[in-house]
Structure formats: structure tokens, C-alpha cells
Design a protein around this ligand. Structure first.
Ligand code: ZN
Length: 500
């Protein structure tokens, strides 16, 4: 006789195991934070054995056959679960199934390759020598191409497999539509805008004391209503946000004394990420559904605050006085208009991470086109530098003088992260779509006169943040705006803003 699995029992096991897995995630979170902020270089090396044991314990918990069986049973009965748990089980089930599709020996060989590829990438970049990195990148690409075969389903194939790993339910059909709009409408506009770049103003070429930058960034955290009893801000080489549930959200910044605004926009950007984490429904804490829904949606929040709010005149109308006061007398002769013009300065440049708001998406479009061709086998690694430079010249009108300033600038491919880049541009574009709908509900610029982003935070909480990762990102966007991802708002927003 066929024996019905005991769902209650499997559920009990699943929930217990989830607690243990989350506890390991917590350990990872704290170690990761410590490694990137406080820990001295040698202490990281000295404790690498402990870290290895912890990751093995974590691996054992998630690959435990009993756990897998419980997930399988719950997946079979997912219609009987509440919507949050149902979503969670679907995601966990898919992750387990995907992991098993990759042959173990291939996975091991790839892990070894990755470890060697990274230092070689760094060397190649520093020495401007693509050939050093080429053999490693060829193997990485080979693995990524195989991944698209192992993980293919009836509906998700080829490069779509990789895109889906970073942004669920987004595929080439959606991205092609997006980038075609950019190519048609934005590229000519960018060419026009970058033809005669304005000079970098003299007043920006001063030394801006770290302590003053820190003071102003602390002030900005208050403007954004960030609860300091549940989050801290420290320093690291590259600014980032890290969170564990709604009650422990941490951000970092990096202060450059030769730049007035670098840390300011990092602070706004990272506090945007942190606000998302903070404003999830707290009942999701202790599940796999707390935190942001995806990379693209997370980036839409940080860029919403950084670009749409943080680079607006309305924002600085309220806060420029404070900036002048903190840095007095350094900015005494700078006007609000000077400052707003400076933070929205447009110029064709080689490095993606330093690009302005307007030219940024073209950097992503270039990478997307290249990845599409590489994964499809239409472009080989050895031809990458040439192809990169040709395409770059086509879009920006300037040619990278070195591969360091060209094909070697990003670390993503060294990590095998093909399919990741488009989420950056997607985030900016979703931010514009949200802005369109938010503006229908209230006057966003006028709300900034209250000196805080309280009203904006509340709208984003209600439309995006509260769901955490309990739904797919495309579903959340539909709930928030009543429509699918629509890139028109983004192009409209950019052309509107930069035509002024
Ligand atoms: Zn970000």
C-alpha cells in the first residue's frame, strides 16, 4: 500500500532545519562583515580554518537528504501552504534541484579554477595584459556555457538560464526590449550631451576632511530616517550594505579627501539598500523570505534614493545650506545651482563604476551584448578586447587606450558572473517606473521640504519593501505599479532631466 507522507512531521523537520541554516547564515553574515570592516589581514588568514568548518557545516545542512526529502514533500503539497511559505518552498526546491544538475566533478574543478582565476585577473588588469587572464576566462566561459545546458528547462534556455539566476523571470526577450529602447532613443541623446562636456569646476579641487564628510553622511542618515539603534555605519574599501532581518542592517562607506561627493552619494545609495532591508515585514524575520527580492529590485531602491532623490534640485534646496555649514568656509562661494550642475555633470568616460547617471546604462548595454554573443558561442574570448573597443567607440565616441580601461575593468567575469550586469541597469529603470507612479500619489519634490524622506520611505515600504523576498521581483513590480517592467519611463525621465 502507498504510504502517505506525514506532512506535519516533514513540516516540523523543515522548520527546525531552517532555524539551523539561518543560524549559519547569521554566522556568515557576522564573519563577512567583520572581514570587510574590522578584522586585520593576518587574523583573517589565521581564522580561515574556522571559516572553512563553518561553511562545511552549512553545506551539510542544506544537502542533508532528510532536509531534501522534507522540501520535496512540502513542494508536492505546496497548494496547502500559506503564500509566503509556498513561495519559499518553491525557491528552495528549485535551488536544491539546480545544484544537483551540476556534475560534482565539474563543480569541484570550477571552484578550483575560480580560486586561481581571480588573482590572475587582478594581475592582468594591473599589468594591462589580457593574455594573462585569457586562458582562465576561456575556461570560465566554457563552464558558463555548460551551465546553460545543465540548468535549461522547457522555457528557460541559453543565456536566459544565467539571467534568471540573478533576476528571476527576466530573460533576453525582456532585456532586448529594454536595451533596444536605450539604443534607439538614448544613444543619440547621449552623443549630443557628451559632445561638449563642461569643465570640472575649480571649487571641487580642494581637500575635504574625512571627519566633515563623515559628519555630513551621518546627517544624511537622519534625513533618510535611518534607525541608528538597528544599524551601524563603518568604513570599508568599497561601500556595501549587509543585513540580517529587519533588526540588524549595516552599511559602509569610503571617504576620499579629494572628492566632496563620492561618499555623499555612496551614503545615500547604501542607506537606500538599508531602508529596503529595514522596511520588510518583520514577520518575515526567521524565514528565507526576509531581505530584498532580487538584485535588480534592490538596486532600484538604492538608485531611486541616490539618483532620483539625491541628485535632484529639490533635495539640495533643503540640504545644501547644511553642506556649506559643515564644510565652511570651503563652499562659501558656491551656489546651489553650481552644486546641482556639478552633481549632474555628463561626460563620456571609460569606467562603468565612475560613470554618470546618463551614460551609465550604455556601459551595461555594451556588456549585455557581449555576454549574449559569448554565451551563444558567437564571440570567442580571444576576440573580446577588440570587440569591446569597437563597440565602445560606437556608443561613446571614444576608444579605451588600454584593456585596463576597457575589457579588464570589471571583476564580474573573473567570478563567472555572466548575467549579473543587466540587473544594474534594470534597477535604474525600475526606479524611474516607481517614480512615475509615486508622483501620481503625491508631490515627491514638495515632500522633501519636510527635511526628511519619510513620505517616500512610507510609499516604498507599502509598495515594495513590505513584501521582502516573499514574492518574485516581477510580481512585486506589478503589484506596485499595475504593469510589467516598462523601460519607457526611464528614457523619458533621463531625457526630461538632462534636456533642462
Ligand atoms: Zn547598490
Amino acid at each position: 500500500m502507498h504510504k502517505e507522507p506525514n506532512i506535519q512531521k516533514e513540516m516540523g523537520f523543515y522548520l527546525e532545519q531552517r532555524k539551523k541554516i539561518l543560524a549559519m547564515h547569521y554566522v556568515d553574515f557576522v564573519i563577512g562583515w567583520d572581514t570587510q570592516t574590522d578584522a586585520a589581514e593576518n587574523s583573517i588568514l589565521a581564522n580561515s580554518e574556522q571559516a572553512a568548518v563553518i561553511s562545511e557545516m552549512s553545506y551539510n545542512l542544506t544537502t542533508d537528504p532528510e532536509y531534501e526529502r522534507a522540501v520535496g514533500v512540502l513542494y508536492e503539497h505546496r497548494d496547502e501552504l500559506d503564500s509566503v511559505l509556498r513561495h519559499e518552498i518553491e525557491v528552495v526546491y528549485k535551488n536544491i534541484a539546480d545544484t544537483k544538475k551540476i556534475p560534482v566533478e565539474e563543480y569541484m574543478a570550477y571552484s578550483e579554477l575560480s580560486a586561481k582565476a581571480y588573482p590572475m585577473y587582478v594581475r592582468a588588469k594591473n599589468e594591462n595584459d589580457f593574455e594573462l587572464f585569457r586562458p582562465y576566462l576561456e575556461k570560465i566561459v566554457e563552464f558558463c556555457r555548460k551551465q546553460t545546458v545543465w540548468l535549461a528547462t522547457d522555457t528557460v534556455k541559453g543565456y536566459d538560464v544565467l539571467l534568471d539566476m540573478y533576476e528571476p523571470h527576466y530573460n533576453q526577450a525582456k532585456y532586448d526590449k529594454f536595451f533596444n529602447v536605450l539604443r534607439k532613443k538614448l544613444v543619440p541623446f547621449v552623443k549630443k550631451m557628451t559632445a561638449n562636456p563642461t569643465e570640472v569646476p575649480e571649487w571641487t579641487k580642494q581637500t575635504f576632511a574625512k571627519e566633515k564628510q563623515r559628519e555630513f553622511c551621518e546627517y544624511l542618515r537622519d534625513v533618510m530616517c535611518f534607525d541608528k539603534s538597528r544599524g551601524i555605519m563603518k568604513e570599508s574599501e568599497h561601500p556595501f550594505t549587509s543585513g540580517f532581518g529587519t533588526e540588524d542592517v549595516r552599511i559602509t562607506n569610503h571617504y576620499y579627501e579629494d572628492s566632496l561627493v563620492s561618499a555623499i552619494f555612496s551614503a545615500i545609495h547604501e542607506t537606500g539598500h538599508a531602508t529596503y532591508e529595514r522596511q520588510c515585514d518583520p514577520t518575515l524575520n526567521g524565514t528565507f523570505c526576509s531581505g530584498g527580492a532580487s538584485l535588480g529590485l534592490h538596486e532600484s531602491q538604492s538608485r531611486f534614493y541616490e539618483n532620483i532623490i539625491g541628485r535632484s534640485r529639490a533635495f539640495w534646496q533643503v540640504h545644501f545650506g547644511k553642506l556649506q555649514q559643515v564644510f565652511a568656509p570651503q563652499l562659501d562661494n558656491v551656489t546651489l545651482d553650481d552644486f546641482v550642475a556639478y552633481i549632474n555633470r555628463v561626460e563620456a568616460s571609460f569606467i562603468r563604476t565612475e560613470a554618470d547617471e546618463l551614460t551609465y546604462p550604455l556601459h551595461i548595454m555594451l556588456r549585455y551584448e557581449i555576454e549574449q554573443k559569448v554565451i551563444a558561442g558567437e564571440l570567442e574570448v580571444k576576440d573580446l578586447p577588440k570587440y569591446w573597443n569597437r563597440k565602445f567607440t560606437e556608443y561613446f565616441g571614444i576608444t579605451p587606450p588600454t584593456d585596463t580601461l576597457g575589457v579588464l575593468q570589471d571583476v564580474h567575469w573573473a567570478y563567472g558572473n555572466f548575467g549579473y550586469f543587466p540587473t544594474y541597469a534594470l534597477g535604474s529603470a525600475i526606479a524611474a517606473q516607481l517614480y512615475h507612479y509615486m508622483s501620481k500619489d503625491f508631490d515627491v519634490e514638495a515632500s522633501l521640504k519636510t527635511k526628511t524622506t519619510k513620505k517616500i520611505n512610507a510609499w516604498l515600504k507599502d509598495h515594495i519593501h513590505k513584501y521582502g523576498a516573499s514574492k518574485y521581483p516581477d510580481e512585486i513590480l506589478r503589484l506596485a505599479t499595475g504593469e510589467d517592467f516598462n523601460p519607457d519611463y526611464y528614457v523619458e525621465y533621463l531625457i526630461n532631466k538632462y534636456s533642462k
